[in-house]
Design a protein around this ligand. Sequence first.
Ligand SMILES: [Zn+2]
Length: 149
Amino acid sequence: MAQIQGVEIAKCSSCREPIGNQNSATWCLNCGEPLPEEVKAQIPRLAAFTTITTSKQQQTNQSQTSDGLVSAMHFIGWGNLIASVVLAFIILKNLGSASSPLAVGTIVGVIAQGIIVLVFCLTLARILENVANIRSRLEKMSTEEKPLR
Ligand SMILES: [Zn+2]
């Protein structure tokens, strides 16, 4: 049975051992179970760990922003393709017949444009995702280095 450090503020979710407000680790000293965020926040000497968790949450918010951009790229790409197909149908309907080489060329051109823009937007979305991944990995590395300094 581990000695309680300070005044009891919670019980371990795993072994029910009391956790004190002077607990020297971010885990239960009896069984090693990690302490929940709300328990760590009540332990003054673990405040630094709570700060790191907060900055990680900010990073999550940043990646959500780039997720929004990625969704916008998908939306523009597919929206443009649908618009191109609709436009091709309107041209086809107005001409009555698609037998003229110019009309066929226009329709093929409109649909090709839609596909090119879609590929461009999907590529851009993939680049944005990669950039967001690299950035969060770099930020994670710099956050993990801080306690060592
Ligand atoms: Zn425990």
